[in-house]
Structures are given as C-alpha cells and as structure tokens.
Design a protein around this ligand. Structure first.
Ligand code: NAP
Length: 223
C-alpha cells in the first residue's frame, strides 16, 4: 500500500535540530507545527521566519497535527511527552545521549542499556519510532542536501521496527536531499550513535554502509 504523503511535520523541540528540520521541511514544501517546553508564544520569531508554512502549538497539539512527528528534545525529557497524543504516529527520534548536557537518564546508565530510540519507543507504545537525523550536525540539515543521483550524495541512516513507518521516514530523508541507509530494526540504532564511525561524518551510501558494519558495541557508555 502506498503511504499517505506527508504534508505536515509536528516537531517537538525547536532548538538546534528542531529548528533546522523545520527550515528544511518548509524549503521542501511541507508545513510544520512546532512545540517546545516554554510554550507557543516563545516561538514567535521562528514562526515568523518560516511564515506562512509554520505554526506553534503545545506539545500535545503539535504531535496531533503531524503526519509524522519529530522528537528533537534532550532525551532526559522523554517522560514529559504525552503518549496518547503520539498514538498511531510515525515518530522520528533525533536523540543522542549526552548526559553531560541533558543530565543522566537512569535507564541509559544500566549495563545493556537501550538506545534513546528504544527508550522513546517504550514510552510511546502506540507510535512507530524511527531513529533518524541524529548522526549529522544540525547546521548540515539545511546545507548538505542535494538532488537524488548527485555524485557523493550524503546519506543518513534510518532504523525502526515498523517497515511502513521506516519507508515514510526514508522518503522524507530523500526529500530533504539525502540518500538513505537502512540499519535495520530499532535495536541496531547504536551503530550510528555517538563515537561510532557512522556518527557525524558526511558519508555517501556505500561509505555509510561500511561505517555501520564497522561499529563496535560498547558495554560502557561513552563519556
Ligand atoms: N545539536 C546538534 O547538532 C544535534 C544533531 C543531531 C541530533 N541532536 C540531538 O537532538 C536532540 C536535541 O538537540 P538540540 O541540540 O536541538 O537541543 P537544544 O538546542 O537544547 O533544543 C532542545 C529543544 O527541546 C525543547 N524541549 C526540552 N525539553 C522539552 C520537553 N520536555 N517538551 C518539549 N520540548 C522540550 C527545548 O525547549 P525550550 O527551549 O523551550 O526549553 C528546545 O526547543 C538531542 O538529543 C541531541 O543530542 C543534536
């Protein structure tokens, strides 16, 4: 079945990554509804920049508004997300775990800890979480995209347990101007987290595929 085309992104978190994803989304013809922790009125400047394709809302309303919902907040805040509002949604997790920035998250400190995306999926059991846009710098979202078929086109990685949701996100990644590499299920997401070869470095599809294969899982969290 062909998935319904994405027209509106709900974006939770309007900092470095959320704002950049919003800018690129508007450039490629999508509408965005943004939310942060301080409330819609604090987003006036960004909404004005992206007018008329952007609106600000509460977290609940932004999640409900999105055909796809991007979560771009420090992972330590995941428990604040209202799970009911995400039911049935494809959710993109941009998260990386930097305890020195977000504060420690107990579940991520245990031996055999889940990835941020698995943790988010547990919190949003009726949503389909796809890990994407975590392994590039926020600034690159608006600068590094190029048309399909461009030589050396930069690639981004997706992982998720729901094949349909992953296909929707892969299509979005391509619209943003990046090739897509599928890392597999959500529990493979560690392969492109911080300190892995696939993290942060611009790579084309072949190079990224090799970098994912070269990843080595650590038993201790990197600091
Ligand atoms: N920075 C990068 O280059 C980059 C690249 C890829 C992935 N990431 C990852 O993406 C995530 C976000 O990073 P960032 O650099 O964009 O962070 P950031 O600049 O600090 O922005 C965080 C945003 O999340 C909002 N927020 C925080 N807690 C919230 C909550 N409970 N409910 C709703 N909104 C909340 C903040 O709202 P207020 O401002 O109102 O508090 C802010 O808009 C992190 O996991 C990070 O590791 C970052």
């Amino acid at each position: 079945m062909t998935p319904t085309p994405v027209r509106t992104l709900g974006i939770i978190g309007a900092g470095n990554v959320g704002a950049q994803i919003a800018r690129r989304a508007v450039e490629v013809g999508l509408d965005v509804v943004l939310a942060n922790s301080r409330g819609p009125e604090s987003l006036e400047e960004l909404i004005a920049e992206l007018a008329p394709s952007a609106g600000a809302a509460t977290v609940t309303d932004a999640a409900r508004a999105g055909d796809v919902v991007v979560v771009a907040i420090p992972i330590s805040g995941y428990r604040d997300l209202p799970a009911e509002a995400f039911a049935g949604k494809t959710v993109i997790d941009t998260g990386n775990y930097y305890p020195e920035y977000s504060g420690p998250v107990d579940e991520l400190e245990q031996p055999g800890a889940p990835t941020t995306s698995e943790l988010l999926q547990r919190h949003l059991p009726d949503a389909s979480v796809v890990k994407a846009f975590n392994n590039l710098s926020a600034a690159d979202v608006t600068t590094d995209g190029s048309p399909a078929g461009s030589p050396g086109r930069r690639s981004l990685v997706v992982a998720g347990d729901d094949a349909d949701a992953k296909a929707v996100v892969a299509d979005l990644v391509d619209r943003f101007g990046f090739d897509v590499v599928d890392a597999g299920a959500l529990d493979e997401g560690w392969r492109y987290e911080r300190d892995q070869p696939a993290y942060g470095v611009p790579r084309d599809r072949a190079d990224m595929t090799a970098a994912l294969a070269a990843a080595e899982r650590r038993t201790e969290r990197a600091r």
